[in-house]
Design a protein around this ligand. Structure first.
Ligand SMILES: [Fe+2]
Ligand SMILES: [Fe+2]
Length: 349
């Protein structure tokens, strides 16, 4: 595949020739058109329609509130720091995984077009946390080392990245074997389903709970945009995983399904432990039990999307989160600007 990306030929490619992986020399990785995987192209268009930049969001009120010694309890400041500390490096981990492991292995051009867009969005998310940390004058050393110093965060990152190393070292040719494909699919689950679909949500719900009280509105606005981006990332990832399964049904064995299910259920345990570390005593109507219930609810939804049996049957304790995910409802949830970035920066001639 990628070592000889194209060759001379008078035979033109049709959409039917395309595959999601292992396109070999018959279909090269440079021919976006004819489009076969319209869902991938549509995710790309959706991502572009949601464009935003962190520095467009004012941090003024956040700075004033954060400086005010009476605005936050110690427990509340602890949660904010822990959440920002997790995200400060998690977004970079995701970007690295995407570019160094996923992009190398997925040679379908429609998917690669989306991956390029997603990679830029991850850079924007890294920027957002750098901007927040700098605006609040948080201790940068503490924030950017937290994933190596706080066990609950280290365990999450390690769980999600545990199968990336083997993909980084993998020759893309091994995607022609069942074992190679399984290794790669597990990495996709770690990235798209676990990191972006489970590990981000304890932090999202904690920060957005402040927003419901009109606190840290600039951070909340950025988290809303990130949440909207992440839900598209996860949906793309799940489509990608399901397309690989469909084209390579031999990988989806009973044993492999169990392995994937256990991997996701292991993430629920770690996210609950992280919630305990962030809010040992509960704040703002949140406590570890409710976050655990929410994570279980999310894990069931993710399992179902992968056509695996759900585990928990938990109710969603935070129905307001669903409204935040779907910003198209135009609900002015935080009494702040909710911009639809349909056009990005318009040119004036
Ligand atoms: Fe991200
Ligand atoms: Fe993402």
């Amino acid at each position: 595949m990628s070592d000889s990306c194209f060759h001379m030929s008078k035979e033109r490619v049709t959409a039917a020739n395309k595959r999601i992986l292992n396109n070999d020399r018959a279909v090269d990785c440079n021919q976006l058109v004819p489009i076969k995987y319209k869902w991938a192209w549509n995710f790309y268009l959706d991502g572009c329609a949601n464009h935003w930049m962190p520095t467009e969001v004012s941090m003024q009120r956040d700075i004033e509130q954060w400086k005010d010694p009476n605005k936050f309890t110690d427990a509340e400041r602890h949660v904010v720091r822990r959440v920002l500390g997790f995200f400060a490096t998690a977004e970079t981990l995701v970007g690295n995984n995407l570019v160094l492991a996923v992009y190398r292995c997925v040679d379908n051009p429609e998917c690669r077009q989306y991956l390029l867009r997603q990679a830029f969005e991850e850079a924007i998310h890294v920027h957002a946390f750098q901007y927040i940390v700098q605006s609040l004058s948080l201790d940068e050393g503490e924030m950017f080392n937290m994933y190596r110093e706080v066990e609950a965060i280290y365990d999450k990152d390690n769980h999600a990245m545990s199968c990336t190393q083997s993909v980084l070292e993998m020759d893309p040719k091994s995607l022609k074997t069942k074992e190679g494909l399984q290794t790669f699919v597990k990495n996709l689950v770690g990235l798209y389903v676990i990191t972006e679909g489970i590990f981000f949500y304890g932090g999202f719900v904690a920060i957005l709970s402040f927003g419901r009280q009109n606190r840290i509105p600039g951070i909340c606005e950025q988290i809303q945009y990130i949440l909207r981006d992440e839900s598209i990332h996860m949906n793309f990832g799940i489509e990608l995983i399901n397309a690989i399964k469909e084209e390579n049904p031999e990988i989806w064995t009973t044993e492999f399904q169990k392995e994937i299910r256990d991997y996701i259920l292991g993430a629920v345990v770690l996210e609950t432990r992280y919630a305990e570390e962030c809010l040992p005593n509960g704040i703002l109507g949140l406590n570890t039990a409710l976050i655990q219930q929410y994570i279980q609810y999310l894990a069931d939804r993710r399992l179902e999307r992968l056509h695996l049996n759900k585990q928990f049957d938990s109710e969603n304790p935070f129905p307001w989160m669903s409204e935040v995910v779907d910003l198209k409802k135009e609900k002015n949830f935080f009494e702040t600007r909710v911009t639809e970035y349909q056009t990005g920066g318009a040119l004036e001639w």
